[in-house]
Design a protein around this ligand. Structure first.
Ligand SMILES: Cc1ncc(COP(=O)(O)O)c(C=O)c1O
Length: 395
């Protein structure tokens, strides 16, 4: 039997994640400093781990309601109201998921009919385009540019809207660029969504991680948007809980019910241990989040300064824990830069093209790693840039 032929066309044709391939090389090497994987270097705060341990000790090991523990849903509703100014009913408008990853998948599968177009800004998180394809939608990238600090503009969005457009996906602060949106630009985007009757999926996973006093605004909080938006958030980044695999989606009851049906048959419920830990995170974790945020801000300052000093233009992003410097000056393409940097200097960054074609000419560096490691990594990258420039001058 030709097994390859048996695989559904839309699955077979999806490329593997560029990050995964790259990190298989990284794992086979010794002494590499990785600025690659987007994962906090902090351990999950101890009291949150303790809540998980205590949950197991008490034997809380059964299924929960499909929507999630009522106490967690209430905590999520209070947290979202307190931090984002959007009010959801914990009984009917909150669904606990296996990370934001599951929330994205559920939201797309609940909304998209074959052939519907789903718009998203690019460069963007690696899963967006494949998740749209898996939901049988058509991915439509809206380019963002370094000159705008990778903000999405309503003008670029408008150019890509057609009669088949149905959904807009947003992720600000952004992975991989660190971009954030201004309220003014978001208002213009929101007005377009209302005019064109688009549903918005907003991925808020980096919302707590903003710097220089920038206050994050969610599009769901703007007038007229709550009723057409699915607000997705989780614990992986701000609470350093990637391995717990826990997140949530908040939306008007009719959309929550649609997502819940897919979740109910496909997943049943999120882990009960992770749900108990998540309650502790939301109710007691704010000081930990603030401590990590401050540390990320210091690291961002150092990394941005270092890239600019070595001649690689890098704007100072106001959010997430990534920087997206231009490597155009080196004359190397993103993939070549990243592979050579890894081989010659044992530092891993991700080629910008892993986040879409418009990432060419850039690399993503994640600064969720210790200051000491960052210092060594930056001096190795500077050395690499100097050596490449000298080789070019001699050629
Ligand atoms: C923008 C974005 N959305 C979603 C995810 C996945 O999050 P989770 O661990 O909650 O599934 C990531 C992880 O890197 C991300 O960067």
């Amino acid at each position: 039997m030709n097994l390859k032929k048996q695989i559904a066309d839309h699955v077979r044709d999806i490329p593997r994640s560029g990050i995964r391939d790259f990190f298989e090389i990284v794992q086979s090497m010794k002494g590499v400093i990785s600025l690659g994987i987007g994962e906090p270097d902090f351990d999950t705060p101890w009291h949150i781990r303790e809540a998980a341990i205590y949950s197991l000790e008490k034997g809380r090991t059964g299924y929960t309601s499909n929507l999630g523990l009522p106490r967690l849903r209430d905590s999520i509703a209070s947290y979202v109201e307190g931090n984002f100014g959007i009010r959801y009913d914990g009984r009917t408008e909150v669904l606990v998921t296996v990370g934001v990853s599951e929330a994205i998948d559920l939201a797309l599968r609940a909304l998209v009919n074959p052939g519907d177009e789903v718009l998203y800004h690019e460069p963007c998180y690696v899963s967006y385009s494949p998740s749209i394809t898996l939901a049988r939608g058509v991915p439509v990238a809206v380019p963002t540019f370094a000159r705008d600090h990778f903000r999405m503009t309503a003008a670029e969005l408008e150019k890509k809207i057609t009669r088949a457009s149905k959904v807009l996906m947003l992720n600000f602060p952004c992975n991989p660029t660190g971009a954030t949106q201004t309220r003014e630009e978001l208002e213009k985007i929101a007005a377009l969504c209302v005019r064109e009757d688009l549903v918005v999926l907003t991925d808020e996973i980096y919302s707590e991680l903003t710097y220089d006093g920038a206050r994050h605004v969610s599009i769901a909080a703007l007038p007229g948007m709550r009723e057409r938006t699915i607000f997705m958030h989780g614990f992986s980044k701000a609470f350093a809980m990637t391995g717990f695999r826990i997140g949530y989606a908040c939306a008007p009851a009719i959309l929550t019910e649609a997502m819940m049906k897919i979740h109910q048959y496909g997943i049943l419920c999120a882990s009960s241990t992770a749900q108990d830990a998540a309650v502790e995170a939301l109710e007691q974790g704010a000081p930990d989040v603030e401590g990590m945020r401050r540390e990320y801000e210091l690291r961002r300052n150092f990394v941005v300064k270092s890239f600019n000093e070595m001649g690689l233009d890098c704007f100072k992003p106001l959010g997430s824990f990534y920087v997206f410097p231009s490597i155009a000056r080196t004359g190397l393409a993103s993939q070549e830069f990243s592979v050579r940097l890894l081989k010659e200097k044992s530092v891993a960054v991700v080629p910008g093209t892993a986040f879409g074609a418009s990432g060419e000419g850039f690399v993503r560096a994640c600064y969720a790693t210790s200051h000491e490691q960052l210092k060594i990594a930056m001096s190795r990258i500077a050395e690499f840039v100097r050596e490449t420039a000298a080789a070019r001058a001699a050629a």
